[in-house]
Design a protein around this ligand. Structure first.
Ligand code: DX5
Ligand code: ZN
Length: 220
C-alpha cells in the first residue's frame, strides 16, 4: 500500500514560506497540504487564494487545498485558478455536495471531501464515485498541534472496508487522507488502520529537521 506524506503549511513559518516549502520538497514530501479557514466554519482564519497562488508558483509538488469554509462552492473557481491540484470541501459546510464535486472536477482539479470527527461515513456514501480522496479529520479542524482523537482509528478502518467493497467494481483508487495530530506514534496506527496520505503540520514544521521528521513518519 503506498504511503504519501503531506506536510501542512499551517505550521510553517509564513515569513519564509518559500524556504519552508523547499525544505520539505528536498526532504521527500509527496504533497503540500494547505489549510484555508474562514473564521465561520472553524474559529480560526488562515489564508486565501492569493497565498495559494504564491505557494503553487514555488513548488512542483501537488497542492492539496483543504477548504474549512462555509459555502465552499463560492470559491472553488478561485482556488483552482490559483493552481490548486486537489480541492477538498467539508461535507458539513456544503449543501449541494454532488454539484460542488462535479464543478471541482469540471474545472480541472481532483475533488475531495473532508469529514469532521463527529460526522458519520454515511454522509459520503452517495458521492464516493465522484471522489479522488476522503479527508478524515482526526482532530476538530481549526488549529495545528492538537491531540489525535483515538476513535478516528476505527473510522479509518471502516472507510477502508467501504472502499475495498467498492474496489471490486472499479479500478480507480480513492485515497484516505488523515489530518490532525499525526506524529511518529499515531502515523503507525493510522497506517495500520488503512490510511494512504498522512497530513502532518507540527510534527514536520516544528521539528528542527523537517526531512528527518518526514523520514520518521515514513518509517512508522
Ligand atoms: C487542522 C488542519 C490540519 C493541521 C494539522 O484544522 O486541517 O491540516 O494543519 O496539523 P497538525 O499535524 O499539527 O495536527
Ligand atoms: Zn488540513
Amino acid at each position: 500500500m503506498p504511503c504519501f506524506i503531506a506536510p501542512s503549511l499551517l505550521s510553517a513559518n509564513f515569513g519564509r514560506l518559500a524556504e519552508e516549502i523547499r525544505s520539505v520538497e528536498e526532504g521527500g514530501a509527496d504533497i503540500l497540504h494547505v489549510d484555508v479557514m474562514d473564521g465561520h466554519f472553524v474559529p480560526n482564519i488562515s489564508i486565501g487564494p492569493l497565498v495559494v497562488e504564491a505557494v503553487c508558483k514555488v513548488t512542483r509538488l501537488p497542492v492539496d487545498v483543504h477548504l474549512m469554509i462555509e459555502k465552499p462552492e463560492r470559491y472553488i473557481a478561485d482556488f483552482i485558478a490559483a493552481g490548486a491540484n486537489r480541492l477538498s470541501v467539508h461535507v458539513e459546510a456544503c449543501t449541494h455536495l454532488n454539484r460542488t464535486l462535479a464543478e471541482i472536477h469540471r474545472l480541472g482539479a481532483q475533488p475531495g471531501v473532508a469529514l469532521n470527527p463527529s460526522t458519520p461515513l454515511s454522509a459520503i456514501e452517495e458521492v464516493l464515485e465522484e471522489l479522488f480522496q476522503v479527508v478524515l479529520m482526526s482532530v476538530n479542524p481549526g488549529f495545528g498541534g492538537q491531540r489525535f482523537i483515538p476513535s478516528s482509528l476505527k473510522k479509518i478502518a471502516r472507510l477502508r472496508g467501504m472502499l475495498e467493497q467498492r474496489a471490486t467494481q472499479s479500478e480507480r483508487p480513492i485515497w484516505i487522507e488523515v489530518d490532525g495530530g499525526i506524529n511518529a506514534e499515531t502515523a503507525a496506527q493510522v497506517r495500520q488502520a488503512g490510511a494512504d496520505i498522512l497530513v502532518a503540520g507540527h510534527a514536520v514544521f516544528r521539528h528542527p529537521n523537517p526531512a528527518q521528521a518526514m523520514a520518521q513518519l515514513r518509517q512508522a
